[in-house]
Design a protein around this ligand. Structure first.
Ligand code: XMP
Length: 317
């Protein structure tokens, strides 16, 4: 019989035996998996776990600061790295979705490797790999491997010549959440929607600029806060805002405007492989649309995405 309590106890003992008094380095993403994995390793070896959390400039509004804060509150030995300019610089002028993913994946590895090299005597690499990641990366013909190149699985270990510590390798998502609850991880992490590794880069169609990121962050924050305030956040599997490379005419007061459009996306799903668009109440959509157009200068039109997966995907890129 699998229980979270027994799993936690056994896993901590196993990590202690495997790692001993050696050091482990690990990248955190702010997501459920890496957070739960880190806390398990932390419980086993304390401050011999060195965590790295990278700001790629493509996270949600205020996300880097607030997540870093939460990590510190958990007692994790974590270093926040501001690498925004590097990511913006290399993404400058890039419009192809797969090229964006590859650049972001490569830069992430570079930043992480550089930080890891500065720490001496590290022999282990911690990772939040869960069972579906293992299956997906094995089945080369799996949808995510061929349709979109996900960069959060693999990549790091081969190049780094370190032994892996992957405490969640045989768990499914719901089991990870139960383990997280068992070890006291906050709902801030456990109830969080999935968020893609390339972040807002694949929600800004076309060219990425820091100005567009700021615009999208504002609109996205209004939408996500609205979902939380209305009690709808936990009813959808994932939600986000997409900045379209389209300007259109509007009117604000006596002024003609010519500004950007954002699309709101919310889906219901169990595993992200298939998804239905969430039937959010019209009143809610109306309020969010008004709020975004009135508060975010640069956006004068909001649309709602009513496509299901398949044939659409959850992300637009
Ligand atoms: P799609 O758009 O393929 O998304 O329907 C399915 C789920 O995967 C997430 N996603 C990604 N996650 N790196 C990630 O870590 C990526 O490149 C990536 N692309 C999509 C997406 O947010 C959704 O949860």
């Amino acid at each position: 019989d699998w229980t979270p309590a027994a799993f936690v106890q056994e896993t901590i003992a196993r990590i202690q035996q495997e790692v001993g008094d050696k050091k482990v380095v690990m990248a955190l993403s702010g997501g459920v998996d890496s957070t739960v994995a880190a806390e398990l390793i932390h419980k086993a070896i304390g401050s011999n776990l060195y965590c790295i959390f990278v700001d790629n400039g493509l996270l949600r509004k205020d996300e880097f600061e607030s997540v870093l804060d939460s990590y510190k509150h958990m007692g994790l030995n974590v270093k926040g790295i501001n690498a925004k300019d590097m990511f913006y610089g290399e993404l400058n002028g890039v419009t192809d979705p797969e090229t964006k993913r590859k650049i972001i994946g490569r830069l992430f590895i570079e930043v992480f490797q550089q930080e890891a090299n500065e720490l001496k005597d590290i022999s282990f690499l911690g990772q939040g790999t869960i069972y579906p990641d293992v299956i997906e990366s094995v089945s080369v013909n799996g949808p995510s491997a061929t349709i979109k190149s996900h960069h959060n699985v693999g990549g790091l270990p081969e190049k780094m010549n370190m032994k892996l510590v992957e405490p969640l390798r045989f768990l499914f998502k719901d089991e990870v959440r139960r383990v997280g609850k068992e070890i006291g991880i906050s709902d801030i992490f456990l109830a969080r929607h999935p968020f893609p590794g390339p972040g807002l880069a694949i929600r800004i169609l076309g060219e990425i600029t820091p100005e567009k990121v700021a615009l999208l962050q504002e609109a996205d924050a209004i939408y996500i806060d609205g979902l939380k305030e209305s009690g709808l956040y936990n009813q959808v599997w994932q939600a986000g805002t997409i900045l379209l490379p389209v300007q259109s005419v509007g009117v604000m007061g006596d002024e003609r405007t010519y500004e950007f459009t954002v699309a709101l996306r919310a889906v219901t799903s169990t595993d992200g492989m298939t998804a239905d668009w969430a039937h959010l109440p019209y009143e809610f959509l109306a309020k969010v649309s008004n709020d975004i157009i009135n508060k975010v200068k640069g956006i004068n039109r909001v649309v709602y995405d009513i496509s299901s997966k398949p044939p659409a995907t959850i992300e637009w890129e």
